[in-house]
Design a protein around this ligand. Structure first.
Ligand SMILES: Nc1ncnc2c1ncn2[C@@H]1O[C@H](COP(=O)(O)OP(=O)(O)O)[C@@H](O)[C@H]1O
Ligand SMILES: CC(=O)N[C@@H](CCC(=O)OP(=O)(O)O)C(=O)O
Length: 308
């Protein structure tokens, strides 16, 4: 007996998925997406490999993809080995001069190299750089305000300028830039540790990206965390701005970054669960998305800068 009917059954859903993706692919062809891969989402080898596949898929589907990576837990582990205690204030790592050497070594020499290697298993696509390269990210010393006082947290940088030239040249050449969140100051010549969410958001805005996608180790932004784990699926910039003072720890730079990106012209900023395999493709190709989406405030005309 012929097995044609069975083959038909298995082939159809696959074709369906590709066809459903077609409008999205058409709309986003040639657009830029900045994907922030958080250190907490890099939990195992399979997840990292799936991340690389998704990124390469998007590149081959005609998008300009820029990866900005984190590495918080990896830095903490290396600092621990070096006998340096990790301390965070306002969601940012207190970075002494010695700690800065470790931060730079882990981000640029370890995490970035690993991601470049994984992406390049699919072809000569990824090129790693740090914010220091070609003045991509310039920073000055950041003094966060905590309880009404400016606090010195060491070599932590506040971004003052972005030069997109090197990234744009790489994108024009069909490459996937992989950026480590380290910046140089033009004032004092020092190298600064920049939170990777903040760097990703600033790059997304400066590149005029369509989408900022932040992969982390939770499903999205939870309402009333840690008492509840109800994910807020959609927020306008104004709604997020009101919520910001209530947020804590790692979510502060993440959501501030999303707000900055959307206010800077990025159409949507999304926080998604990087622990789910192929979360990037799932977010893009499912109607509702799987995490938290931040969009610009609704305009009176009913037009909205949203396109999922
Ligand atoms: N409202 C919230 N919703 C979700 N997570 C929150 C919230 N507030 C704080 N968090 C914490 O933020 C963490 C994510 O930030 P972070 O640890 O910096 O991750 P990443 O390495 O991906 O940047 C979550 O694991 C969670 O513990
Ligand atoms: C100033 C500051 O806090 N810098 C971060 C940079 C890495 C980062 O942001 O990594 P995740 O995205 O994995 O958290 C740090 O030292 O941990």
């Amino acid at each position: 007996m012929s097995n044609t009917p069975t083959r038909k059954h298995t082939a159809l859903p696959k074709a369906q998925i590709l066809i459903e993706a077609l409008p999205w692919l058409t709309r986003h062809n040639g657009k830029t997406v900045v994907i922030k891969f958080g250190g907490n989402a890099m939990v195992d080898e399979d997840l990292k490999a799936a991340f690389a596949q998704d990124v390469v898929f998007l590149r081959h589907a005609g998008l300009n993809v820029v990866v900005v990576h984190g590495g918080g837990p990896q830095i903490s582990a290396a600092l621990d080995k070096a006998g340096i205690v990790s301390e965070f204030k306002a969601g940012l790592r207190v970075t002494t001069e010695d700690a800065m050497d470790v931060v730079r070594m882990v981000l640029a020499g370890q995490v970035q190299r690993e991601l470049v290697g994984l992406l390049n298993q699919h072809g000569p696509l990824a090129v790693g750089l740090t914010g220091e390269d070609a003045h991509t990210i310039t920073a000055t010393k950041h003094l966060p305000e905590i309880d009404g006082e400016l606090v010195d947290i060491g070599r932590v940088g506040e971004i003052t300028a972005i030069d997109t030239g090197a990234i744009e040249a790489l994108l024009a050449d069909g490459r996937i830039p992989v950026v480590s969140s380290i910046a140089r100051s033009q004032d004092d010549g020092h190298v600064y540790n920049v939170n990777a969410d903040t760097a990703a958001a600033a790059l997304a805005a400066a590149l005029g990206a369509e989408t900022l996608m932040v992969l982390t180790d939770v499903e999205g932004l939870y309402e009333n965390w840690p008492d509840s784990d109800e994910v807020i699926s959609r927020l306008t910039a104004s709604q997020l701005e009101k919520l910001l003072p209530e947020l804590s720890s790692g979510m502060v730079p993440k959501m501030e970054g999303c707000l900055h990106a959307v206010r800077g012209g990025v159409t949507t900023a999304r926080v998604i669960d990087g622990r789910v395999q192929h979360s990037i493709l799932l977010e893009i190709f499912t109607d509702e998305g799987i995490g938290t989406m931040v969009v610009a405030d609704e305009r009176k005309s009913g037009q909205e800068g949203e396109s999922s």
